[in-house]
Design a protein around this ligand. Structure first.
Ligand SMILES: *[C@@H]1O[C@H](CO)[C@@H](O)[C@H](O)[C@H]1NC(C)=O
Ligand SMILES: *[C@@H]1O[C@H](CO)[C@@H](O)[C@H](O)[C@H]1NC(C)=O
Ligand SMILES: *[C@@H]1O[C@H](CO)[C@@H](O)[C@H](O)[C@H]1NC(C)=O
Ligand SMILES: *[C@@H]1O[C@H](CO)[C@@H](O)[C@H](O)[C@H]1NC(C)=O
Ligand SMILES: *[C@@H]1O[C@H](CO)[C@@H](O)[C@H](O)[C@H]1NC(C)=O
Length: 424
């Protein structure tokens, strides 16, 4: 058991009314917090439309390079900012998870209302279920959701958790995952290379039952930096299989494979950077030399030590290791994906709801809450690095409706608000 977890279940229940269709009850894991410390988190997002990299970056108010890096997409690919990413693509969006109103959430995202937008379309489609219409309404003090002013800028509260950036005492980045029709906890666990028990512990679940629209915190193994507290990128933590760009786009960091140690090297972006060479050495950050001696392997490495006062701090370390390190292997970097592949039986069909035959499997995750126009997917070769190659979310052609028995709704109400009030 993890003592850092609060003893009471922290499931926060909210009720979302889908336009004229019925009620959806979705649970999402919330983490109470105090203070001002924030952490790095990821949001699991499915593109609702074809979007340029730069448009997606604006949608989430994140840096394009950070967005690409979090998905191990080549930041130096020519014209990458203008590349079009396909609707239905699953991406990890980096988010700063802060503490606001006593709970963890990300509040840096802004959305400008366009004609024909409704709170439901913004929440369920544009932000792929990461926010609910109620949360957007509340965060923006909207009195009449039916009268949204075009051009108005809305704060989009997004779900995230920090849990001290650890899980079972190991460095961890938490990804907020919106459950799709056809998902199951075992399938999600397999998808993210974690265990059912771990997902249940992290989300304080009594049973592994989930519903479309629920938001789970998924622990991703990560590697943590040990930069001094005065470094501007103090606390940098990078999920395995992904990259982070830091030091004004000069340095990229990822996990070393196998060992989950942070490895930083010069980024391949053209930025004007301060020196990346270790003093008293000809080594650059990321470089190392090794020499076999009778006592072991004498490894000297030049490491990135954080971004301090606008300069790149370096540390030269020498250590005796049992074996000389092999070739450095970094997470594979891919070109910007252009297609989304998915199982043939999930090809968009006129059927409005997922049929029971769509049994949960890691390869069958349906984007039940996204509202999109029908499109024909061209089978391609893209798979998300760090995620099972079999996993490709598909886009449903119609609005999914989740109706639950009234007793269930009432039970959730009773539990959640009582609990919520008693906690805060
Ligand atoms: C938080 O994480 C740090 C290491 O990153 C660890 O030393 C500390 O014990 C953790 N605190 C809790 C409450 O788990
Ligand atoms: C980290 O990712 C690599 C692939 O990039 C994988 O082989 C390895 O098993 C992962 N490690 C952990 C602890 O998840
Ligand atoms: C040192 O690192 C730089 C930048 O990553 C690389 O271009 C160079 O080949 C490395 N040198 C050695 C000796 O490994
Ligand atoms: C290891 O290498 C460094 C520099 O290459 C050298 O200064 C140091 O004496 C070496 N240590 C041992 C134990 O060989
Ligand atoms: C950063 O710069 C300020 C003044 O420019 C200086 O007082 C401070 O000591 C510097 N910090 C470090 C860690 O070098």
């Amino acid at each position: 058991m993890q003592e850092k977890r609060p003893l009471l279940p922290l499931l926060f229940f909210s009720v979302a009314i889908l336009a004229g269709a019925g009620a959806a009850v979705a649970k999402s894991t919330i983490e109470p917090c105090t203070g001002t410390a924030s952490c790095s988190a990821l949001l699991g997002y499915i593109l609702y439309a074809d979007l340029k990299v730069s448009e997606l970056a604006v949608l989430f108010h994140v840096d394009s390079a950070a967005l690409l890096s979090a998905n191990a997409i080549d930041v130096s690919f020519p014209g990458v900012e203008n590349r079009i990413l396909p609707a239905g693509l699953f991406l990890r969006v980096p988010a700063t998870c802060s503490c606001s109103g006593g709970i963890r959430r990300s509040l840096s995202t802004r959305y400008t209302v366009r004609p024909a937008d409704t709170l439901t379309s913004i929440a369920a489609s544009v932000y792929s279920g990461l926010a609910t219409p109620d949360q957007i309404q509340e965060a923006n003090n909207i009195r009449d959701p039916a009268a949204l002013d075009v051009g108005r800028t809305l704060v989009i509260p997004l779900p995230c958790t920090c849990f001290n950036s650890t899980d079972n005492n190991l460095p961890t980045v938490y990804l907020s995952y919106v459950v799709r029709a056809g998902d199951s906890v075992p399938a999600i666990a397999a998808l993210f290379s974690t265990t059912i028990t771990d997902i249940m512990n992290v989300n304080a679940m009594g049973s592994p039952s989930i519903r479309p629209g629920d938001i789970l915190a998924i622990p991703l193994p990560a590697c943590a930096s040990m930069f001094p507290s005065y470094a501007s990128d103090y606390g940098l933590i990078v999920a395995n299989g992904t990259y982070a760009i830091t030091a004004s786009h000069c340095v990229q960091c990822s996990c070393g494979p196998g060992n989950l140690r942070l490895y930083c090297s010069p980024a391949s972006l053209s930025a004007s950077c301060s020196s990346m060479q270790c003093s008293n050495s000809n080594l650059m950050i990321g470089n190392y030399t090794s020499q076999q001696t009778s006592a072991g392997c004498n490894v000297t490495s030049c490491n990135y030590g954080g971004f301090v006062n606008g300069s790149i701090a370096t540390t030269l370390t020498t250590s005796l290791q049992p074996q000389c390190p092999g070739q450095h292997q970094l997470p594979p970097v891919i070109p910007p994906p252009t297609t989304v592949i998915h199982d043939s039986f999930l090809i968009p069909s006129p059927s409005p709801s997922p049929s029971p035959s769509l049994s949960p499997s890691p390869s069958a995750v349906q984007a039940g809450t996204t509202i999109t126009t029908p499109r024909t997917m061209v089978p391609g070769t893209f798979s998300l690095p760090g995620v099972s190659p079999a996993y490709v979310p598909s886009v449903s052609t119609s609005e999914a409706v989740f109706v639950s028995p009234l007793s269930h709704i009432l039970w959730l109400f009773g539990l959640s608000f009582g609990l919520y009030n008693s906690l805060f």
